[in-house]
Design a binder for this molecule. Structure first.
Ligand SMILES: [Zn+2]
Length: 460
């Protein structure tokens, strides 16, 4: 099982690499993935999927469906790049265009690996006449942590029996454990301008309000559970010292390991904002941008897929690729730590399969909202040097060369074969669903984004 799918992915390798390369050359940020969406739709059509763009009310979301009946399995690709992370395919930090977006999380590989998996699985299901439905999702705005949440709110994942997500990374691994969920909001303060030297008593500073909110938020930190993370950046903070700023805006993330904890702290943060406005005689308007769940990977699917990964042929690397990865490792801020822990002992790129570990993470992903709706795992394969930091120039460099492409194709093979196991033998899906039902029975999905929050539109 899986041989036909793997052979198909290998046969279509050039087409898949070409798509990943085009997305690397043309990185598009969250909700602006116009070209990535179009190119993905073209390929889905070419391979015989029924295609819909602008899916679930998101202009840059693309879906390709094939087959009929159950199981219905989702393949989750991502389309967006990171702002300001432009990087050439070289072994030192050097942007293609200063300040431009870049593939520093390798989402050009994500879209393509899951698309390759869907193409491979379809080929095998057709030939072996296996029943079931494939739904490939080209998802916008993972980096904004809200793309799949808007999709979930609008019903995009309704009716899925299970789903696979894949992400390139430093290791061949399946994620267990819980990563943080989040709420994201901008607090806009509005005051009254005045000459800061001439008649400051007539001014009501919106910047004062924003700063006092930060003071309040930083005191709030002491009285929250240890999983909570609160971070912010200023979006607007006045124009010149001699003008009392009548406008200021601060963007906050509140993260935590459960929706209940996030909602609680977010509500308290809103009180802090209102208090800051009251103190300064300004007004505050809260723009809620969205939120996502904490992750809840399906352990049964994780174990099954890890076993499978162990048995599959891993990529091998040329001397040139290993030298490139080695040079990147040496420039990583994690290098000394990686060396001391023995991480580098088996070479500069991970070629083994990591043990299943319960790792709780401070970061977030909107894959969590799919995991709250159906059994779903995040499969990872090595697409860069083993000591690469997250969201770094090193990841961007590798996402555009053969190291990234080898990991991407291996990821496609793993996801296709794991999905075929679920299509072929009902016992896998039953076990995954039993675990999911047990975990969610007292905790039904409640979308963190209310219906009245608009889907962001492309700004290009
Ligand atoms: Zn990512």
């Amino acid at each position: 099982m899986g041989t036909i799918a793997v052979n198909k992915i290998r046969a279509e390798k050039d087409v898949l690499i070409d798509l990943a390369q085009r997305m690397w050359d043309c990185p598009e940020t969250a909700y602006n993935e116009v070209n990535a969406c179009k190119w993905t739709a073209e390929l889905l059509e070419k391979y015989g999927f029924e295609v819909e763009t602008g899916y679930a009310g998101l202009p840059t979301c693309v879906v390709g469906k094939w087959g009929s009946g159950h199981p219905v399995i989702g393949f989750l690709g991502e389309l967006d790049a990171l702002p300001g992370m432009s990087q050439k395919m070289v072994d030192h930090p050097e942007p293609v265009v200063v300040g431009a977006p870049g593939q520093a999380c390798g989402h050009n590989l994500l879209d393509t690996a899951c698309l390759g998996a869907a193409i491979g699985a379809k080929a095998e299901m057709e030939e072996r006449k296996l029943p079931g439905t494939i739904i490939f999702y080209g998802c916008p705005a993972e980096e904004a942590l809200t793309g799949k949440v808007f999709m979930a709110r609008n019903g995009a994942f309704d009716g899925l029996d299970c789903a696979f997500s894949w992400h390139g990374g430093t290791n061949n691994a399946i994620a267990l454990g819980c990563s943080n969920g989040l709420n994201s909001a901008i607090f806009h303060f509005k005051g009254r301008t005045a000459h800061a030297g001439g008649d400051p008593y007539n001014g009501r500073s919106a910047l004062d309000a924003a700063e006092l909110m930060s003071v309040g938020a930083n005191y709030l930190r002491e009285h929250v559970t240890s999983d909570i993370r609160i971070h912010y950046s200023y979006k607007e903070a006045g124009t010149a010292p001699n003008i009392v700023p009548d406008r200021a805006a601060v963007w906050y993330f509140v993260r935590g390991m459960s929706r209940a904890a996030i909602d609680d702290v977010y509500e308290r943060l809103c009180k802090v904002a209102k208090g800051a406005a009251m103190m300064t005689e300004t007004e505050v308007e809260i723009e809620f941008l969205g939120g996502c769940y904490n992750t809840m990977p399906n352990e049964y699917m994780a174990k099954m897929t890890r076993e499978l990964m162990l048995s599959m042929e891993k990529p091998t690397y040329t001397a040139e690729e290993l030298a490139f990865a080695d040079s990147l490792n040496k420039q990583s801020p994690r290098y000394e730590e990686a060396k001391a822990s023995g991480m580098l002992d088996n070479g500069p790129i991970h070629t083994d399969v990591a043990p299943l570990r319960e790792l709780n993470g401070g970061g977030s992903t909107d894959v969590a909202d799919v995991q709250a709706l159906c059994p779903c795992i995040l499969v990872s394969t090595a697409t860069c040097n083993i000591a690469a930091p997250g969201h770094s120039w090193q990841i961007a460099a590798c996402a555009g060369n053969s190291i990234g492409y080898k990991g991407m194709l291996f990821g496609a093979e793993v996801v296709a074969t794991a999905a075929l196991m679920m299509y072929e033998d009902p016992k896998h899906l039953e076990a995954a669903k039993k675990e999911f039902d047990e975990a969610t029975k007292n905790n039904p999905y409640k979308c963190p984004i209310p219906m009245d929050v608009p889907v962001p539109q492309p700004q290009v």
